[in-house]
Design a binder for this molecule. Sequence first.
Ligand code: ASP
Length: 478
Amino acid sequence: MERTLIKDLHEHTGKEVTIGAIVSVVRQQGKMAFFDFRDRTSVIQGVVFGKPEVLEVAKEVTEESSLFVTGIVNQRPEKMVNDKVENGDIELEITGIEILNKSEVLPFPIRNDTKSINEMVRLKYRFLDLRSEKMHSNIINRSKVQKFIRDFLTKLDFFEIETPLLSAPTQEGSRSFVVPHRIWQGKFFSLPQSPQQYKQLLMCSGFEKYFQFAKCMRDEDSRGDRQPEFTQLDMELAFVNKEDVISLNENLLIDLVEKNYPEKKIQEVPFPRMTYKESMEKYGNDRPDIRTEKDDPNLLAFVWITDFPMFEETDTQNIDGTGKWTFSHNPFSKPEDSSMENFMSKGNIGEIISTQYDIVLNGFEIGGGSVRNHDPVKLKRTFEIMGYNEDRINKNFGHMLTALSFGCPPHAGIAWGFDRLMMILENEENIREVMAFPKTREGKDMLMESPSEINIEQALELGIKINKKDEDNINNGG
Ligand code: ASP
């Protein structure tokens, strides 16, 4: 039997076809039964009338079941045409139903927006939540935008290159998730907070233009626009300067909005720019919402923030007692040329300006990057300012310094918080609405029920001792 897609039913008017569909609505009316069916392409109404043997099966059908439905595609009488829905001018006169899998009663209704349903329940039954029209379209639009970006960048000679998820723990940046190892007990991998070092190493390898939709993991407290696991559109380019990266990204963002969200209006093109200092003085933060009309869900106000301080003072010292400066964004960033003298002489450290650029949209930081310090002697200076001794520099960053010393071309890059961008484009209030399987606000996976315990044999094999007492404390909220 050949399956006809619902979007193609018009071509079969007057003929008998079989569709594979999910039942959106069932209305049993004694000698008749009405259904709304959907497949991935469209919707159609079906009716069983005057066929007792079909009606018998129809009585068993519950909403959200999957079926093969055979029927004749009929033109609806003029006054029955509903031009507000797809295929509102035809209907299926059902001649046979095969129930493929009958659905239980749903834990919550999915016919409308599921926003008002308890989110823990939505996440536990995410596979059903994702059937709802809005969630379904969020995920499909995300996929379309990803394809658009892939096409845009590959046309410009970019290569999409994957980098490892099992990476090396660092003490820099946010807290990482660590992964124990069966063979090297007591030693750990770490899940990457971003592919930063790998993408720079790819520049050392001569690929020149790299991008990747990269999973990044950070053990930070979650909130509306943050998840322990999120997706970056990561890119890096060799032989470029700051303006090259900014204009490439600006063009991509503009094209992306115009082609995928034509109803949206970009407030100002080219995107305005603001220094960090200006933004702090005027808005009190470095992700200003510069929209002139805040009630308009279709207004997109992009702004570039530049001239960030390269270092910030820390109140805590390094583990080895040295240093009171740390990098403010990214230790691999190059300072602006105007700050190079201070940087090399380690003078007026607080005034050193980095080449960091952030892209902000409607009050959210949706991306950031910089020109990198590709000269190993200069890069080393960053770690010296942070108070690292020779040993620690070599241990933590020796591989980068070595790689850069083999003629690595100058390079620069950026990473977008892809979930945040999609959140804004889809007019959502948190990134969970544009992710297929997010964690809860507290960072738990309700569907798989993780994090979860491992058994004692597994722990032994990994050389891990589980501190039960602490775990109890955590469970008790203590
Ligand atoms: N790796 C940086 C980040 O995750 C972005 C970049 O500088 O390319 O914030």
